[in-house]
Design a protein around this ligand. Structure first.
Ligand code: GLV
Ligand code: MG
Length: 291
């Protein structure tokens, strides 16, 4: 799996030392991950490791053993208070100094996946300059709040009046945006059900999330597609920017509210369009007809 992950088309690959590793295999997994990182060779632009959470006996050792020049970020699971992030931040600072790495160069991705974590999401998001993203962990979250149902991220049987995850997803999204972090949705465990993955990915992408974990190569292309704007939306966003730019210019009469087709556009429309264009450009889209 480690070997295969090197050639995958995901934006980020992280190697797991936490819940996908049995307690008796933690030491072996740590050594394997450290060796793989020293070798490097990933196509993904970001490479990370998910360490064990601070309530275990493994976290410090995980971090000490895996920090090397090939590591871009540490995924910290079960973050329940800002202290969890601060503790990792301090440890990373020492390790960066010890290894001659630029201070602050290793990022932190914090998983919010419990009632406590969700309540503290805003303070967690403000805890360190190293933070890059908040990540929703649906499996642990369902366990934490005693949500009925064993299918991760699926609506719990009996709840038919809305989306049982809306509050958690939105709280994390707002906390992330308030602190200029990315918001990432967690895993979909039924790896053979690609339609189920697509359905869930579309849900968080529609809310504004930047991406979603993938557990299997089959989920990658769908994730990349779902989290990029459609060509149609991208073209329309570019059109809004061009029309708004022209109307607000001196030549255009300095008009801040104009009609574009059947729709009135103004400064807020520009901001919305900027989001779509930025995501589209990051995904490699170009306006239809552009050279
Ligand atoms: C991921 O870690 C989850 O708990 O869903
Ligand atoms: Mg989890």
């Amino acid at each position: 799996m480690v070997e295969k992950s090197r050639s995958l088309d995901a934006d980020e690959v992280f190697l797991d030392l936490e819940d996908a590793v049995a307690p008796a295999a933690k030491d072996d997994a740590r050594a394997l991950v450290a060796a793989a990182l020293r070798e490097g060779g990933w196509k993904a632009t970001t490479v990370g490791v998910r360490v064990n959470d601070w309530s275990t006996q493994w976290t410090y050792r995980d971090v000490v053993d895996v920090v090397c020049a090939q590591l871009d970020c540490v995924v910290l699971p079960k973050v329940e208070s800002p202290d969890h992030v601060v503790a990792l931040d301090l440890l990373l600072s020492q390790l960066e100094r010890a290894h001659g790495l630029d201070e602050g160069s290793i990022g932190i991705e914090a998983q919010i996946e419990s009632a406590r974590g969700l309540v503290a999401a805003n303070a967690i998001a403000a805890a360190s300059k190293r933070l890059q993203s908040l990540v929703f962990g649906p499996a642990d979250f369902m366990a934490s709040v005693n949500m009925r149902g064993l299918a991760v991220g699926e609506q719990p049987p009996g709840y038919d009046v809305g989306d049982a995850f809306h509050h958690a997803l939105m709280t994390i999204l707002v906390a992330a945006r308030a602190h200029d972090l990315q918001a990432i949705d967690g895993p979909y465990l039924q790896i053979r059900d690609v339609d189920g993955f697509r359905r869930q990915a579309r849900r968080s992408a529609a809310l504004g999330y930047d991406g979603k974990w993938v557990l299997h190569p089959d989920q990658i292309a769908i994730g990349n597609e779902v989290f990029a704007p459609s060509q149609e939306d991208f073209d329309h966003a570019e059109e809004i920017l061009a029309a708004y730019g022209a109307s607000t210019s001196d030549a255009g009469g300095r008009r801040g509210a104009v009609m574009l087709g059947a729709e009135m556009i103004d400064e807020a429309s520009r901001k919305m369009a900027e989001v779509v264009v930025a995501k589209g450009r990051a995904a490699g889209l170009r306006r239809t007809g552009a050279n």
